[in-house]
Design a protein around this ligand. Structure first.
Ligand code: PMP
Length: 385
C-alpha cells in the first residue's frame, strides 16, 4: 500500500492558505493597475489593495503602516537592513556589526561582505541549546557598534533568542538593532515595541502567504533611521525599495498576516501539542534519539532530532512519504553539515544524522503518528543494514 504524502517541512515554506489565494485572485484579474498611478481608477484600486495589506502586516507586528517597506522576502529585507544601515553608519564613524553564529545565510553573508569592505564583524556564540550568549553581547556591543542583528527564532532548531534583552544592551550604546523574524512571525505573538527593535524582517511564505514577498519593519518609517537603499530607481516605498510593487503578492501577504493575527495564540497551542506528542511517541519507540535546542524556549512547531549512527539523507530516503528537512541543509549545493548545529557544539557526525520536523497549520495528529512510526521503523532498518 502506498502511503499518502505528509508535508512536515513548514519552516522551509508553508502551503498557501486557501483564504490567501482567494484574496489574491482579483488582483491577477480585474485589478491590474500600477499602484503608483493614483490618477485613474485602476491605479487607485491597486493602491487601496496595497495600503490595506500594509495595515494588516503592521498590525501583526504592533507597528504603524508607514513603518512597513515591502520587499521580495526576508533575504532581501535582511540585506537591506544590514547593508543599508552599515553604509549610512560608516559616514558617522561606527564600524562594528554584531551578529550571531546561528543566523540565516542571508544575514551572515551580508555581514561577511561588509567585513571584506573593512567593517569589524563580531559573531556572538550560542550555548548548547542554540541560544545567544547575553554575556558575550555585553562584551562586544560598544559605542563603535552600528548595528546588532539577531534572529527571533532559529529555522533549524527553533530556539527563541533573547531579542528584548539584546535590544536593551544595543540601546545603551546607541547601536541600532535588527531582528530576522522570518521564522517567528505568525508562529508566536510578537510586538516590535516590546522587543525594542529598530528593524525587523519577515517573509510571507513562512506564514501561509505567497513566495517572493516580504517586508522590512523600519522604526519611524524610512527616513527616520540612517538607512540607505540597496537598489536605486523609482520612488516606490519612499525610495528605500524602488520598483513596481507586486500587488497580488502584497495583498496575499496582508491576508496571511490578518489570519495569523486572529489565530496565532490558538495555533501555537495546537502546534505545541502536535509537536510534543510526536516527540514523546518517537522517543518511546527509540530511546537513543536526541532532541536538539531548548525544550521550552523553542518555536511551537519545530523539532530537530538526531538519529545517532544513521545518515539523515539515508533516513529520509527510507521514508519517501514524509517531506522533511535535514540538519545539513545544503544551501550552496555543497553538503556541509549545518553551521547552526555545529555552533551548538554538535559534532559534524551527529549534525549529519539530524533531521528537522516542522509542523504546520494543516497537519493533523494522525499524520504525526504516522511520521513517528515510519521514522522509528526506518531507523531500525538502517541500523541493521
Ligand atoms: N531568515 C530565516 C531565519 C529563514 O528561515 C529564511 C528562509 N529559509 C530566510 C531568512 C529567507 O527568507 P526568504 O525565503 O523570504 O528569502
Amino acid at each position: 500500500m502506498t502511503r499518502a504524502d505528509i508535508y512536515l517541512d513548514n519552516n522551509a515554506t508553508t502551503p498557501c492558505d486557501p483564504r490567501v489565494l482567494e484574496a489574491m485572485l482579483p488582483f491577477f484579474g480585474q485589478v491590474y493597475g500600477n499602484p503608483a498611478n493614483g490618477l485613474h481608477k485602476q491605479g487607485r484600486l491597486a493602491a487601496q489593495g496595497v495600503e490595506e495589506a500594509r495595515e494588516r502586516v503592521a498590525s501583526l507586528l504592533g507597528a504603524a503602516p508607514a513603518e512597513i517597506v515591502f520587499t521580495a522576502g526576508a533575504t532581501e529585507s535582511n540585506n537591506l537592513a544590514i547593508q543599508g544601515i552599515a553604509r549610512a553608519a560608516a559616514r558617522h564613524g561606527r564600524r562594528r556589526i554584531v551578529t550571531s553564529a546561528v543566523e540565516h545565510k542571508s544575514v551572515l553573508l551580508p555581514c561577511q561582505k561588509l567585513a571584506a569592505e573593512g567593517f569589524e564583524v563580531m559573531v556572538l556564540p550560542v550555548d548548547d541549546r542554540g541560544i545567544v550568549s547575553l554575556d558575550a553581547a555585553e562584551q562586544v556591543i560598544n559605542e563603535d557598534t552600528a548595528l546588532v542583528s539577531v534572529q527571533a527564532a532559529n529555522n533549524e532548531v527553533g530556539s527563541l533568542q533573547p531579542v528584548a534583552e539584546i535590544s536593551e544592551i544595543a540601546r545603551q550604546y546607541g547601536a541600532l538593532i535588527h531582528c530576522d523574524a522570518a521564522q517567528a512571525v505568525g508562529k508566536i505573538p510578537l510586538d516590535v515595541h516590546e522587543w525594542g527593535v529598530d528593524l525587523l524582517s519577515l517573509s510571507a511564505h513562512k506564514l501561509y502567504g505567497p513566495k517572493g514577498i516580504g517586508a522590512l519593519y523600519v522604526r519611524g518609517g524610512p527616513g527616520a533611521l540612517p538607512l540607505e537603499p540597496v537598489y536605486v530607481g523609482g520612488g516606490q516605498e519612499r525610495g528605500i525599495r524602488p520598483g513596481t510593487l507586486n500587488v497580488p503578492a502584497i495583498v496575499g501577504f496582508g491576508k496571511a498576516c490578518e489570519i495569523a493575527l486572529g489565530q496565532v495564540v490558538q495555533e501555537a497551542a495546537y502546534l505545541t501539542t502536535l509537536r510534543d506528542d510526536f516527540e514523546r511517541d518517537l522517543l518511546s519507540r527509540v530511546e537513543t534519539l536526541r532532541i536538539n535546542g531548548d525544550r521550552e524556549r523553542r518555536l511551537p512547531n519545530t523539532s530537530s532530532i538526531t538519529f545517532p549512527g544513521v545518515d539523515a539523507d539515508a533516513l529520509l530516503l527510507n521514508v519517501p512519504h514524509l517531506m522533511l528537512g535535514t540538519g545539513s541543509a545544503c544551501t550552496s549545493r555543497t553538503i556541509e553539515p549545518s553551521h547552526v548545529l555545529q555552533a551548538m557544539g554538535i559534532s559534524r557526525q551527529d549534525a549529519s544524522s539530524t533531521i528537522r520536523v516542522s509542523i504546520g497549520r494543516f497537519n493533523t495528529a494522525e499524520e504525526l503518528a504516522i511520521a513517528a512510526e515510519s521514522l522509528a521503523e526506518a531507523y531500525y532498518r538502517l541500523l541493521q543494514a
